[in-house]
Structures are given as structure tokens and as C-alpha cells.
Design a binder for this molecule. Structure first.
Ligand code: ADP
Ligand code: MG
Length: 438
């Protein structure tokens, strides 16, 4: 039961104001009045405001959405406030389930996050990264983070909040983990490292990628272990499922060709048949193992932070590929999807370095690409082999999935990120040099 005063106060707020500030500019597709669907009562905060987590239905041009809205009631008015996370207690409360791990979420200063993000993340007390989901949707993150607990591969979990919708779907509301102060993501640290290498600096630009390869293998092995099945019981895709992926690769290629115009489009079109032919090697795969994977594995999801005289790395963001539907993100996939994602991303780092560094000789960074990729892949395979699990990675899928990744980058560049098209353009132009640039 939602008390009538709460309902009235929440539903009186304009939809825009229910969203975090950063998302408000993108909210023009939301319309209609908000309708409160469920409430988690967190009691009163230190200044006597009533803290709540609401699930609010709104209609949008892309269908109905269920927004996650943390906030407080003050003088009969409701306003969004992510700091209410500090008031969470473990337990089951109606359709909400709250899990608290380690020291939980302290009360303290609230700092907004100053990086690109698709949800509402804040740092509390300089110690905890709290990520409120924008929408209450199914997400693979809670289960995958629980599988990795204690491995050191990802920041330690502090809290999870899940909500069961009326149709029985387990939706993620909040994930909270240790905040790694001073960490940079790979679009900063890896780009700087490779730039230093390309400029002739005395840096080791290979070893970090071997470390990441070994960590990626441990991540996949932890996913497999948490499933409780021995290697003989690992699920496999048969011919039909592989054929679906093959068809998706071809569709992504067609979409890229359709969307990309200009010189880049011309270079892509002359390479289209060659790219398609390599994707078609998937037709020979009639069985391949599938496991839980990261799902959106690229260098931007790898945080690096100083640790003693060296560095420590951590993987973040287990929500899966943002362009897939929530249901698709939950599905198991070949380990090769993550491996291909990171291999492609290593290539992208070099392209970014060359593009963004004026006057730089492009050759050193380009020469670095296969060495860093080999270091990553060899360490990954070595770590699997050391525990007798080498067959988890089906290498036949790597090249088609890497090519698919470039097509997806093109598609992505056509809409939210126009300047990014130089990246897949550079990769594919170099990968298929014989085609020339007719
Ligand atoms: P979103 O899904 O909104 O993109 P992410 O989980 O990817 O959210 O986090 C956004 C960014 O916040 C990351 O790219 C990273 O820079 C930073 N970040 C995420 N988790 C942590 C953490 N535990 N400590 C420090 N920074 C983090
Ligand atoms: Mg992210």
C-alpha cells in the first residue's frame, strides 16, 4: 500500500525533475504524468526528512518506462536525492530485496561523478560508489558481481537492491561497491601509456595487457565456477544459435554500410565482401561453449589505480552491452565475445593515440597493436590452460566477432558519437589493405 500523501507528492513532481540532472537533457521523449508503482520506505534521515526509493511509471516515445527514483519528502514535497542509499538496511521489504555486504554504505558527503555514465552514480563519503539504475530493468550485474566476490577482479560489493516487478522480473535498482579513489579508466591510462610508448618513452606498454588477459580468464573461470557445473557440463550453442550470431554479424555489416557515407563509407563498401567472407567462417562452427560474460568488455571498463610501486586493475560495469535489450543482456554467450571486445579495444587505443596526438609518427602505435593483443590473448589462454579449461575459448569465433565489433562501432558512430567513425575506419582499412581505396 502506498500512502496517499506520498503518492500525491511524488506524482506532483514534473517527470524531468524525477531524473538525475545529467539525464534531464535527454528526457524530451518522456511525457505524461508519472504514476508511482511501488515504494521502499527507508525511514527518516538525520534532518527528519522521510527517505524513499520509488519505482515510477512514465510513458515515453519508446514505450512505458519504470524509473528508479530515490528521494526524500520534505515539507510535503518530494525531491530526488541519491544520498538516501546510506539509510538502506538488509532484508526483504515487499517486492524489494536489499543486500548489504562488508561495511555497507556509510553516511557522508555526496559527490557527483564527473565522467561519462548512463546511470546515476554518486560517491558517498569518498568511500563508496553508489549506482542507482535509471530504469528498473533486468540486469546481469548483480549475479555477475556476486560471482566475482572475493576475487579482487572488481571493486568489492557494498550493497545490492533488487525489485520484483508484477510480472516476476527481477530488476536491479542499485549496486554499490568500494570507490577506488584515484582510479582512471582505460581511455585515459591506456591512451597515455601508448602515447608515451609511441613517443619513445621508457615505458612497458605490453605487460599491462598480459595482466588484463590473465584477469579476464580469471573472471570467466569465476563465472563458470559460480555456476557450479564441471567443465563437461558447460552449456553449448548448437548450429542454429551460431547461425543466429552469424546473421547478426552480417546484419551489423549491412547496417554499417547503409549508415556510413563519405570517404569512410567508400572504404567500407570496397571491403564489404572481404569482411563478409571472414564472418562466414562462422558457418563451419556447429557447437561452441557459452558462459556468463562481462558483455561490454572494452578498455573503458578497466580501471587502473596506483598500488605500491605499481598498479592495480579492476573491471567495472557488468550491465552488459547497452545496445541489447535487457533480456538479451542476460543470456550466456561465448567467452570469445569478451575477448574479441578487448582485442578490438586495444586496437582502438592506438587509433585514438594517433588521432589525438598532433605530429606523431603513426607507425609505433600501429606496430604496438598486435604485440599488445598477443600478450593479452596468450595470457588469457595460458590462464585457462593452467586449470585445464583451454576449451572455454573457441578461437574460431574471434575474428568474426572482432569484425562485428568494428561494424557495431560504425553503427554507434553514426548516431551518438559521429567523430568516432575514424576508429573502425582505420582498423578495417588496415586489416584489408589489398582492396585499395578505389
Ligand atoms: P554506467 O553504466 O553509468 O556507465 P559504470 O559502472 O560504467 O556506470 O561507471 C561509470 C564510470 O565510473 C566508470 O567508467 C569509471 O570511470 C567510474 N567508476 C565505476 N565504478 C567505480 C569505482 N568502484 N571506483 C572508481 N570509479 C568507478
Ligand atoms: Mg560504463
Amino acid at each position: 500500500m502506498i500512502d496517499p500523501q506520498t503518492r500525491a507528492a511524488v506524482e506532483a513532481v514534473p517527470v524531468q525533475a524525477l531524473l538525475p540532472p545529467r539525464a534531464q537533457a535527454r528526457a524530451e521523449t518522456l511525457d505524461g504524468r508519472p504514476a508511482i508503482m511501488d515504494v521502499l520506505d527507508l525511514g527518516f534521515d538525520s534532518v527528519g526528512s522521510h527517505a524513499l526509493v520509488c519505482v515510477v511509471g512514465v510513458s515515453s516515445s519508446s514505450g512505458n518506462r519504470l524509473l528508479v527514483v530515490p528521494g526524500v519528502m520534505r515539507d510535503g514535497r518530494f525531491m530526488r536525492d541519491p544520498s538516501v542509499a546510506s539509510l538502506l538496511h538488509a532484508g526483504k521489504f515487499g517486492s524489494f530485496t536489499v543486500s548489504i555486504m562488508g561495511e555497507g554504505i556509510p553516511v557522508g558527503s555526496v559527490q557527483a561523478l564527473d565522467v561519462d555514465q548512463s546511470n546515476d552514480s554518486v560517491i558517498i563519503d569518498d568511500a563508496v560508489m553508489v549506482k542507482w539504475q535509471l530504469d528498473a530493468v533486468e540486469s546481469p550485474a548483480p549475479q555477475r558481481l556476486l560471482s566475482l566476490a572475493g576475487t579482487g577482479l572488481t571493486p568489492d560489493l557494498r550493497a545490492l537492491v533488487r525489485w520484483r516487478s508484477s510480472d516476476g522480473t527481477e530488476c536491479t535498482v542499485l549496486t554499490a561497491a568500494d570507490y577506488l579513489a584515484g582510479a582512471q579508466d582505460g581511455w585515459t591510462w591506456a591512451v597515455e601509456l601508448v602515447r608515451a610508448h609511441a613517443l619513445g618513452g621508457a615505458v612497458d606498454a605490453i605487460e599491462p595487457f598480459a595482466v588484463l588477459g590473465e584477469m579476464a580468464a580469471r573472471m570467466h573461470l569465476a563465472f563458470v565456477a559460480s555456476d557450479g557445473s564441471a567443465s563437461s557440463a558447460i552449456e553449448h550453442w548448437g548450429r542454429a544459435a551460431v547461425a543466429r550470431v552469424h546473421a547478426e554479424c552480417r546484419a551489423d555489416l549491412d547496417e554499417a554500410v547503409r549508415l556510413i557515407d563519405g570517404e569512410e563509407g567508400a572504404r567500407l563498401r570496397v571491403r564489404r565482401d572481404a569482411i563478409a567472407a571472414r564472418m562466414d567462417s562462422l558457418a563451419e562452427v556447429d557447437s561452441t561453449p557459452i558462459i556468463d560474460i562481462h558483455g561490454d568488455f572494452h578498455i573503458g571498463q578497466v580501471l587502473r589505480l596506483p598500488d605500491g610501486t605499481g598498479y592495480r586493475y579492476a573491471f567495472v560495469d557488468f550491465d552488459g552491452n547497452p545496445v541489447l535489450s535487457p533480456e538479451e543482456r542476460m543470456r550466456r554467450q561465448p567467452a570469445a565475445r569478451d575477448v574479441a571486445g578487448m582485442l578490438a579495444s586495444i586496437d582502438h587505443v592506438a587509433r585514438v593515440v594517433n588521432f589525438r596526438t598532433e605530429g606523431l609518427d603513426p607507425r609505433p602505435a600501429v606496430i604496438w597493436i598486435p604485440h599488445a593483443q598477443d600478450a593479452f590473448l596468450a595470457a588469457y589462454q595460458g590462464a585457462l590452460a593452467s586449470v585445464g579449461q583451454r576449451s572455454l575459448l573457441d578461437e574460431r569465433l574471434l575474428q568474426p566477432l572482432m569484425l562485428d565489433q568494428e561494424c557495431r562501432e560504425f553503427v554507434y558512430s553514426a548516431r551518438p558519437l559521429p567523430h568516432w567513425r575514424y576508429v573502425p575506419d582505420a582498423v578495417l582499412t588496415e586489416m584489408f589493405p589489398d582492396e585499395g581505396d578505389r
